[in-house]
Design a protein. Structure first.
Length: 381
């Protein structure tokens, strides 16, 4: 059996790492299984791509398409054409896609047009906000998929509400495996190759800072929303250190929005606003920042989950989230891009006394990656 895995963005690198290991483990145990890894190049900067392959132990991609940034249609179209050529050459038995990016959509469309079965990891998630490009990508990918690997009962229920009945499997979340390994390794090392690492490198104290990530188009592409978020962070930074690993595209949009562009400064330096902008962190350093933070403010779905698993309070900078269980638990608060709501959520957050493991983050649960590979081997012939 030949699996073609399509990835292109840093959350997908994290999700693919444990599944790729499960493929190699099955092959080492004598199974007739192999993986072709296709990197679309949606995230291409070393801090956004190469370091993830290195630190997560992902094999070098068999194909690196180097598509890069572009408008949604142009980017997805270029990926679709390139992936189709690869599938014609490789003739895989199944396509493995992850999450909700343009790489996910392009992989699903290319496979569907060639009648190749599709396995979607992180199927069934819904924010029910069609203004989000990611929501469109999720819905289309799920409609085209043969095997739908859901991280939760809620995700599976969403699919059934949409009339999808077959091929649904609740397997837990592969990111839980990746985070557990990254957090364990990151906490052990204060230096890497003799150089300071993590909190030591940045001169931060455990629990002494608030971590921020912003990259969703709904926030970065709307100058008013982006300015409101930054104004809220400036207010928060008067009382607590705010550390902001800044996505290259977010940095560009901050300047375009006209929000004190001189204050975005160079990564690694504290702006006059009190917000400390730093370069994007690799998976190990990001895990260390998340586990060491007093609170996390984010618009990332993956970071919301990681905050929950690490028992770190989270404020989500969106109106809705696909990870509704984290909100219901009280560990995550939706604050949108309203500066007053954001500041209020940070100041008034009450840490819940109760914690219920979600999305397969339990030592007793069988690894999601192993379950995914076992199902693929049993269903795809």
């Amino acid at each position: 059996m030949k699996i073609a895995t399509i990835i292109g963005a840093r959350p997908q690198f994290i999700k693919a790492a444990p599944v790729s290991r499960a493929v190699r483990a099955a092959a080492a145990a004598g199974a007739d299984i192999s993986e072709i890894l296709v990197h679309t190049g949606q995230h291409y900067d070393d801090n956004m791509s190469a370091i993830f392959f290195e630190e997560l132990g992902i094999p070098a991609p068999d194909y690196d398409l180097e598509i890069g940034s572009a408008a949604h249609g142009a980017q997805t179209g270029a990926m679709l054409a390139a992936i189709e050529r690869i599938l014609e050459r490789e003739r895989p038995d199944v396509i493995l896609i992850y999450g909700d990016t343009n790489s996910t959509l392009a992989g699903a469309l290319a496979a569907a047009k060639m009648n190749i079965p599709i396995a979607h990891v992180e199927a069934g998630l819904r924010s029910y906000d069609r203004n989000m490009p990611e929501e469109i990508n999720r819905v289309v990918a799920d409609r085209l998929s043969t095997l739908l690997f859901c991280p939760s009962k809620t995700a599976a229920a969403n699919l059934r509400k949409e009339g999808i009945r077959n091929g649904i499997y609740i397997v837990g979340d592969v990111m839980a495996e990746a985070l557990a390994e990254s957090a364990r390794r990151a906490k052990k090392q204060d230096t890497r190759g003799g150089a300071p690492f993590g909190l030591t490198r940045l001169g931060l104290n455990e629990g002494g800072f608030i971590l921020v990530t912003v990259h969703r188009a709904e926030n970065t592409d709307d100058p008013v929303r982006l300015k409101n978020i930054l104004d809220a962070l400036e207010t928060i930074a008067r009382e607590k250190t705010v550390v902001f690993p800044i996505h290259p595209r977010t940095k560009k949009m901050i300047a375009a929005a006209g929000w004190k562009p001189e204050q975005a400064g160079k990564a690694g330096k504290t702006a006059d606003t009190g917000i400390r902008f730093i370069d994007p962190a690799g998976p190990l350093e990001m895990a260390r920042l998340e586990s060491g933070a007093a609170m996390i403010l984010t618009d990332s779905g993956g970071v919301q989950k990681e905050a929950y698993w690490l028992k770190v309070p989270c404020v989500t900078l969106r109106e809705r989230t696909e990870w509704v269980e984290t909100v219901a638990s009280g560990w995550n608060v939706l604050a949108s891009a309203d500066p007053k709501k954001i500041v209020r959520a940070v100041k008034n957050f009450k840490r819940p006394r109760k914690y219920i493991p979600l999305y397969g983050f339990s030592p007793q649960a069988k690894a999601a990656s192993a379950r995914i590979i076992a199902i693929i081997r049993g269903r795809i012939t």
